[in-house]
Structures are given as structure tokens and as C-alpha cells.
Design a protein around this ligand. Structure first.
Ligand code: FES
Ligand code: FES
Length: 911
């Protein structure tokens, strides 16, 4: 058969049942992406005779005789299609994984459809942007600025890979050329996952699987190193319990991997999984963390002696702290509020699923191309597990299609390396979307009891918090998220007495992991809700009670630990943020409430976040002057849509007085970039960015010093410009200087490292005005406003986009998203259409405002960009709902059925 794809004639025969998406990718159209393979996300959108279709839903043979156009065939010659150009100018993407499909959908819209984007874009999801920049692109609103030498910092410059993203030529983890000799004989790996929440494996019969044509090998718990580890990636591996095996003989949650099948094709590997016969001994399971803490509860990890605090049984970590005396504080209070709040288990839903590819090169080294936020820690873990000499292993990323903490894990790399070592052939494993819900990680579900006391004029006298964190079957990130939960949300307020106690508890559900906001999100929800409840009891305005109690620049930043921390005020803009949000909410902007039985209310919440984890975090930079007078920058952090690559170029350019486009950057590669702990916990800007700044300063000094040596002058006589060094009497182009140095065997280069301490502190305030239907429970956000103190804005457009994305994710957490499991531990909504991340139609246009501050700790005055913003969103929604209805909604998410039920109970209806 012949097919017309992007103007090419392709002669190929689709396999029986093959969908158009995989057929197109196999024909070289790698711009066609997979987010779900179920028609839910639109990442695979292409044109069939000019009509946008989801190629994952279309049988490939149906495209015969039609013109298929992918994003790679949209441009004419070198000229971008107007929609591609508009997406570039509005920077209507972050990770960019959705962009190809989004562009194809938008480019097919007529004028009427463009006027109704909520409907027109209902089939395309973006997890990163919050959709505002996409709407801007459709309406031709450009936002990028000129790249002017010496003025890179503070300019809204485009992502350096923008052209590749909008044309579909940017390469993500799975976008490999299978004709590459290194990938010759590529095998595909699939795993059988446990159908039981708790079971011992008695026998695995692999015979039928191995008999399937194309199946090459099956690996079970008998084939893996008996080394316990944690899938979580931190600099200090001791902060996570080593409780995981690559393949275990005990399954502890539905979805745990049981066996891996490796085959010539994905289909054969899947058939092999189905053919495996496994005998299980079913063990008692426990899903509720309170029940799991009971002495007679089934034990998930017998022998667990926890990390600290005398933990045992299913409790692997207890944290307790008190400053002052809460007993005295409550005794002195005029009013005490005591309530329990809970948050839901949610999924990151980055559009690019987890996956990696491993191969052994002719030099004998193992190479791993992977979608990770932490290639260097993954490298360490793989070396440990398989006894690989560090030099013999290379781990790297290409573009990563979103992470949000979900890729701060080693979830796929270990099995690919195992199979490659055993079989000597390249092996690829790409998660399906259901596997993301069943076998990746989630935000920890936490239940938080908050007790607050205050004087009659609203001054806090005591604050006590008890947290139970459900870490699921394995404890990665369980301790660190619990510590974060007891940290900055309590430190946000002055109070003479604070106490907190937290337990991280194993249960037979999918493991928790790192997730944007990282534990602090959960207790911010509880404390910010409780503070409004307390304010209501006292008759005090929610803004006023926050202003009376929030931390101030001269305060000690303290939660409940007596030991001093390394967190410091690099800048302070919380007061500005509250003022900005209050004024914006009072402005009357936003939508009007619909006609009918709607109640309207406003809510506010604040969030404080320490930039970076309390444990170690390191990053390095390397820079070199190139022969053409431009620069090479290598930095180890991962770019996953967080904008770090763009920011790093701008930081380097600002220091060197040049344009960002003069900085060629590589990142996240253990061979080609210096060590970096990983891109998480807001470290992309504050640690890696600092390494870049230090490196650029060192290189500038080296260049001036060399110019001085060559000319027998002093370095102070010279200054660095965009393309030369100049003194009062001389000018040497950078290209010439590089040539002169090279002729002496000298390279103009520099290396520097940055270490995360002290840690600065960022502030966010979210305001919401919403309407809730008194009968149906439907919620409409009428006005969303967010103010952030993130220090100096390295790239204002990018900073705004990060916050819009965080607000969108927060609204999803507040209103629609939660993972539902049944009494046997089966996840019931393991698909995007049932899980419901926000679509275009769900998102208000958030007004993003910034405090005017300059941080004394972060690089060039900047702080973290997009992490903390999410923490204030759900409590602001909860407080607006309470303001609208007079009823407290204390348990996320606020779906219409829950609101209906809660309002009914509050009105006295039988539940
Ligand atoms: S991959 Fe086709 S709609 Fe998601
Ligand atoms: S930019 Fe849309 S999913 Fe990442």
C-alpha cells in the first residue's frame, strides 16, 4: 500500500489492527506524540485531508488514499505555518509535548470555531500551561521580546528549542531513529502488573510466554539483584527507605510489577505478559493509614524499623516537634478552632509518560536515554544495583515532556538496563497511560488535624498540627514530604507556640512520590482553611488575620524544630502579594455569576516555600568560549518544561554581556554535563542557576585576564562586550581571542559548583471569586488572581506561564482530580477521561501579578518560579466556597456530587 504523509509517498503495509499514530511514527513522523492512545489528550492529532483527527483512534489502513499531514508537514519550506509562528511568538507551550497536536487542531479551525475555543479545543489537553498562552496564540497575541546583548535578564525570550517544538522536530525520549546502528535489534519491554493489593508470588510459569513468536526473555524476581533500594531520587539516599526490589516476590499494591517480558515487538511483549501464569498466595491488605497503624494490621514490610522517631510496623517515620508550649497557648486563647482536613491522591499526568531506552555501545558502555528529572542520581542507583563502574554507564535526557515531581523516580531505567545486560541488545520500555495511574507515583494523601488558638483580636497563641500521610506500598519521598508538610506551612505564621506530629504510613495502595508543592501543599490546604474558619469565628476579615499573623522579615523562620535551619529571607514580598491580590479581587474584574440559583464567594490563601530541599543539593556549570566567539554552556539539570534551559542561557548571557542566542547549552547528560542532583524542589533556578552565574562570572574573569596577559596590561583595563574585549585603546574580537589562546594550547573556559545553602524563601498568594450552584454543586471560577514573590524575574513571560500552569494544576486538585480505588485496591479511573485534568473549558484566565523584590541569595536576584504557586490554590477555592455557602468543605476534591451532598447535610437533609 502507499500512503501520502506530509507530501511524501510512503510504501508500507500497516500491521493488522495498527493505529495511524504508530504507523506515522514508524514512517518517520516522530512529531506525532502519544499521551494516552485512547482519544483523550490530542497529542497525536494529525490532519486527514485537512480535517483534524486523533491518529491513535484511527486504523492506519483507513488513511490510504487520503492526504495525511502531521505537524512536520505543516510549514511551507522554511516558512512556518501562521499557527506555528503564533505558538512560537506566544510561547504557547512549556514542555511542548502537547504542542504538535494542539497546533494541528488549531490550524484546522475556522473562524467560528476559533471564537469558541472551550469547545474547539476540548480534545486537546495541556498539563503545563493553564491554556492562557494557547488562547493568546490563537488570537495572535505575541509575547516574546528581542534578544538584546547585555539585556537578557528580565526579557521575555523564547525557549531556545521553540522552532523544533512547533515544527515537531524536537526530540523527546521515545523519538529515536531505529535505523541508528546503536539501536539495531531494538527490543521492547512490557511488564505484568499485580492484580492483587497484597500477595506472595508462589510460582511464575513462563513457558507459554516464551513460546510466543517474538518473545525473547522473561525476567522475574529470581533474575534480579537482591538489593533493596528506593525509586526516589535524592542526593542523600538515606532520606528514603530502601524497601524496593527491581522485581519482588511479594506484591504490595495493585499495579506493582511482577515480571518483565522482552520481545521483538510491543505486541509480542504484551502477549507474553498475558500468557504468564502466576500463582499467588493472597495476603490481607490494608488501605486506610489509620487502620494500618493498628497493632494487628497486616504488615507490608515486616522488620521495618523505620527511619526515625521509633517508627515500626507500618509506620516507617514519625516526626514530632514543639516550640513554645501549645498547652499554654491554648489556655491563653479567646477562641480555639479544631478541625480535620484531608487531601486526595492525585497523579502528575505529565503528557509524556515514563520511559527509557538502554543499549550497549561498541565501547562496551551502557547508555540510557530516559525521561527523568534526575539523570545523575539515576546513574548512581543503576551503578549500585548492577555493579557497573560509573565510567561504564551514561545516562541522559532529550526533551522531557513534563515531570512535576513524577520523574524524580527511577521507574523504568532499571528493567531496561537489566534486560540489556542480560540480552546484549537495546531495550526500550514506554509506559502506557493506564500504567501511569497504576504503576507510577502520586501525591501523598494526607489527613491533617489543625488546632488553632487566638486572642479576640485574632493574634495566634497556639498552632498544633497532626498529619497522617499515606505513603502507599513503598516509602520513597514519604519522609521528605512529611517533613515538608510540617515545615513551611507552619513557618508562614508568627505564633509563640507551635507543635506538630506526623506519621508516614505504609498501606497497600500505589506509592506516593514527589509532586509539585511536595507535602507542603497538603498542610497548606489544611492550615489556610483552618485560619479562615478561625477568622470567621472571630469576625475578622481573611486578609486581616493573615496580615496580623504572617511572618515578617526580621522574624526567625521557624516551624516546630528547635534547631536553627538554613532558611533565610533573601527577599520579602508577602505583604505586597496580599495587597496585590486584595486590590485585584476588589476591582470587580472577572466574570459575573450566572443567572439562577448560584451563590458567590471570594477566598484567599497564602503559601510560603523554602527553595530547595533541606538535604543536600548540588549543581555544576561548565562554560567555554568557542572559536566563533559564542559560548558553550553545560549544566546538569533537566529541562522538562520548567524553563530552566531558557533561564540558564539568560543568566549566562546577562553576566557575559551578550545575547542569549550566543549561548549554546547542553544539559542533563552524565557524559557531557557536570554533576547535578536533579531538577526538583525549585532547584533549577536557585541551585543550577547559581552554578551558571558563578561559572559565567569565572569565565568572564578568565577572558579579561587572558586579554590582559596577552597585551601586558591589567585585567581592569578591559571590559567584555557581546563579541569582543575592549580597552581604551584596543579591541580584540572574542573569536580572535579564542584563536590566540588555542594557538598557545590554552582554552578559555571555567567550571564552578553551587550548593544549596542558605535557602531562600518564596511567597505566593491566591485569590478566587467563584460561583457555586446551590442545587447541582457545580463550581465556576469567575476570577482567579495570583501574586508571587519570586524575586527578580529572569524571564517574565516564562515566570507567568509557570504560575498559570501551577494554578491550573491546583484548580484540578481542588475541583476534579482524585484517584479512586475500590475495596480491593483497584484504581477505578486509570484514564485521562475518567480522571479529568483541567481542559481548556475548565480554566479561568488567571491574573498573575508579581511582588517587586530582588533576592539576595538566588542568582541575579531570582528565586524559584513555579512550584509554590500550587499550594495556595486549593485552600483559596475552599475558602471561597465557605464564603459563598457558609459551609466548610474540608476534604478535597470539591466535585459537584460532594458539594451537593455537603450542602444537603448542612441544610439538614438525610445523607
Ligand atoms: S494519544 Fe491520541 S488522543 Fe491521546
Ligand atoms: S506544554 Fe502542554 S503538556 Fe507540556
Amino acid at each position: 500500500m502507499t500512503y501520502s504523509i506530509d507530501g511524501r509517498t510512503v510504501s508500507a503495509e500497516p500491521r493488522p489492527g495498527q493505529c495511524l499514530r504508530t504507523f506515522l511514527r514508524e514512517s518517520g513522523a516522530l512529531g506525532v506524540k502519544k499521551g494516552c492512545d485512547a482519544g483523550d489528550c490530542g497529542a497525536c492529532t494529525v490532519w486527514l485531508d485537512g480535517r483534524a483527527v486523533h491518529s491513535c483512534l484511527m486504523p492506519a489502513f483507513r488513511a490510504k488514499g487520503h492526504q495525511v499531514t502531521t505537524v512536520q508537514g505543516l510549514a511551507s519550506g522554511n516558512a512556518l505555518h501562521p499557527v506555528q509562528q503564533a505558538f512560537l511568538e506566544a510561547q504557547a507551550f512549556q514542555c511542548g509535548f502537547c504542542a504538535a497536536g494542539m497546533i494541528m487542531t488549531v490550524a484546522a479551525l475556522d473562524e467560528d470555531q476559533r471564537a469558541d475555543l472551550p469547545r474547539a479545543l476540548k480534545g486537546n489537553l495541556c498539563r503545563c500551561t493553564g491554556y492562557r498562552s494557547i488562547a493568546d496564540a490563537v488570537h495572535g497575541v505575541g509575547a516574546i521580546e528581542q534578544d538584546v546583548a547585555g539585556a537578557a535578564c528580565g526579557a521575555s525570550l523564547p525557549n531556545p528549542f521553540s522552532a523544533g517544538i512547533v515544527t515537531g522536530h524536537a526530540r523527546y525520549t521515545m523519538d529515536v531513529d531505529t535505523a541508528d546502528p546503536a539501536l539495531h535489534g531494538l527490543l521492547h519491554l512490557k511488564v505484568l502488573r499485580s492484580p492483587h493489593a497484597h500477595a506472595r508470588i508462589l510460582r511464575i510459569d513462563t513457558a507459554k510466554a516464551l513460546a510466543i513468536p517474538g518473545v525473547v526473555a522473561v525476567f522475574t524476581h529470581e533474575d534480579v539483584p537482591k538489593k533493596l533500594f528506593s525509586t526516589a531520587t535524592h542526593e542523600d539516599h538515606l532520606v528514603d527507605p530502601d524497601d524496593t526490589l527491581i522485581l519482588d516476590d511479594v506484591a504490595r499494591f495493585v499495579g506493582q510489577r511482577i515480571a518483565a517480558v522482552v520481545a521483538d515487538t510491543e505486541g509480542a511483549a504484551e502477549a507474553g505478559c498475558r500468557a504468564l501464569e502466576v500463582d499467588y498466595e493472597i495476603l490481607p491488605a490494608v488501605f486506610d493509614p489509620l487502620q494500618a497503624m493498628a497493632p494487628d494490621a497486616p504488615l507490608l514490610h515486616p522488620g521495618n524499623d523505620g527511619l526515625a522517631g521509633g517508627a515500626r510496623g507500618n509506620v516507617f517515620l514519625c516526626l514530632k516537634g514543639e516550640v513554645g508550649s501549645v498547652a499554654e497557648g491554648f489556655a491563653a486563647a479567646a477562641v480555639v478552632h479544631d478541625e480535620t482536613y484531608s487531601t486526595s491522591r492525585v497523579q502528575h499526568a505529565h503528557l509524556e509518560t515514563h520511559g527509557s531506552i538502554a543499549w550497549r555501545d561498541g565501547d562496551g558502555r551502557i547508555h540510557v536515554r530516559t525521561s527523568t528529572q534526575a539523570p545523575f542520581i539515576t546513574h548512581k542507583k543503576l551503578c549500585y544495583l548492577f555493579g557497573i563502574f560509573p565510567h561504564d554507564l551514561h545516562v541522559f535526557t532529550e526533551r522531557v515532556g513534563g515531570g512535576f515531581g513524577g520523574k524524580q523516580e527511577m521507574l523504568s531505567e532499571d528493567l531496561c538496563v537489566l534486560a540489556t545486560l542480560k540480552l546484549g541488545r537495546p531495550v526500550k520500555w514506554e509506559f502506557t497511560r493506564p500504567e501511569e495511574f497504576l504503576g507510577a507515583t502520586t501525591r501523598h494523601q494526607m489527613t491533617t488535624r489543625v488546632k488553632m488558638g487566638a486572642t479576640a483580636d485574632g493574634m495566634l497563641t497556639a498552632l498544633e498540627v497532626h498529619v497522617v500521610s499515606n505513603t502507599g506500598a513503598y516509602g520513597g519521598h514519604g519522609g521528605e514530604t512529611l517533613a515538608a508538610a510540617l515545615g513551611s506551612p507552619l513557618a508562614a505564621y508568627r505564633c509563640p507556640a507551635k507543635k506538630a506530629e506526623g506519621h508516614a504510613v505504609y498501606t497497600n495502595v500505589i506509592p506516593g512520590g514527589g509532586f509539585r508543592g511536595y507535602g507542603a501543599s497538603q498542610t497548606s490546604f489544611a492550615i489556610e482553611s483552618a485560619l479562615d474558619d478561625l477568622a470567621a469565628k472571630l469576625g475578622i476579615d481573611p486578609f486581616a488575620i493573615r496580615r496580623r499573623n504572617m511572618i515578617r522579615p526580621d522574624d526567625v523562620i521557624q516551624s516546630v524544630w528547635a534547631e536553627p535551619s538554613d532558611v533565610a529571607f533573601g527577599s520579602y514580598g508577602l505583604d505586597q502579594c496580599l495587597d496585590l491580590v486584595e486590590a485585584e479581587l476588589a476591582s470587580g474584574k472577572g466574570d459575573q455569576a450566572p443567572e439562577g440559583d448560584w451563590a458567590e464567594g471570594t477566598g484567599v490563601a497564602l503559601a510560603v516555600l523554602e527553595a530547595g530541599p533541606p538535604t543536600e543539593h548540588r549543581s555544576g556549570g561548565e562554560m567555554r568560549l568557542l572559536a566563533d566567539g559564542t559560548y558553550h554552556l553545560a549544566v546538569g539539570s533537566t529541562e522538562m518544561g520548567n524553563g530552566s534551559v531558557t533561564a540558564h542561557r539568560q543568566i549566562a548571557a546577562a553576566v557575559l554581556g551578550t545575547r542569549a542566542e550566543a549561548i549554546a547549552i547542553i544539559n542533563a547528560d552524565t557524559d557531557r554535563a557536570p554533576y547535578d542532583t536533579g531538577t526538583f524542589a525549585s532547584t533549577g533556578t536557585v541551585v543550577a542557576g547559581q552554578a551558571v552565574e558563578l561559572t559565567a562570572r569565572a569565565l568572564a574573569a578568565e577572558i579579561l585576564s587572558y586579554a590582559a596577559r596577552r597585551t601586558n596590561t591589567a585585567p581592569e583595563d578591559w571590559r567584555l562586550t557581546a563579541d569582543a574585549v575592549e580597552s581604551a585603546t584596543q579591541r580584540i574580537s572574542l573569536a580572535e581571542l579564542c584563536r590566540l589562546a588555542a594557538a598557545e594550547g590554552h582554552h578559555l573556559e571555567a567550571k564552578r559548583k553551587a550548593y544549596l545553602s542558605p535557602r531562600t524563601i518564596g511567597f505566593n498568594v491566591q485569590g478566587v471569586r467563584l460561583a457555586v450552584h446551590r442545587v447541582t454543586g457545580e463550581v465556576r471560577v469567575l476570577h482567579s488572581v495570583h501574586a508571587a514573590d519570586i524575586g527578580r524575574l529572569i524571564n517574565p513571560l516564562q515566570c507567568r506561564g509557570q504560575i498559570e500552569g501551577a494554578v491550573a494544576m491546583g484548580l484540578g486538585w481542588a475541583l476534579t482530580e482524585h484517584m479512586v480505588h475500590d475495596a480491593q485496591g483497584n484504581i477505578l479511573n486509570a484514564a485521562l477521561r475518567n480522571y479529568h485534568i483541567p481542559a481548556f473549558a475548565d480554566m479561568p484566565r488567571t491574573t498573575v501579578l508579581f511582588a517587586d523584590t530582588h533576592d539576595s541569595i538566588g542568582p541575579l536576584g531570582a528565586k524559584a518560579q513555579g512550584e509554590c504557586a500550587i499550594n495556595a490554590v486549593a485552600p483559596a477555592v475552599a475558602n471561597a466556597l465557605a464564603n459563598a455557602t457558609g459551609v466548610r468543605f474540608a476534604h478535597l476534591p470539591f466535585t459537584p456530587d460532594r458539594i451537593f451532598d455537603r450542602l444537603g447535610r448542612a441544610a439538614g437533609a438525610p445523607s
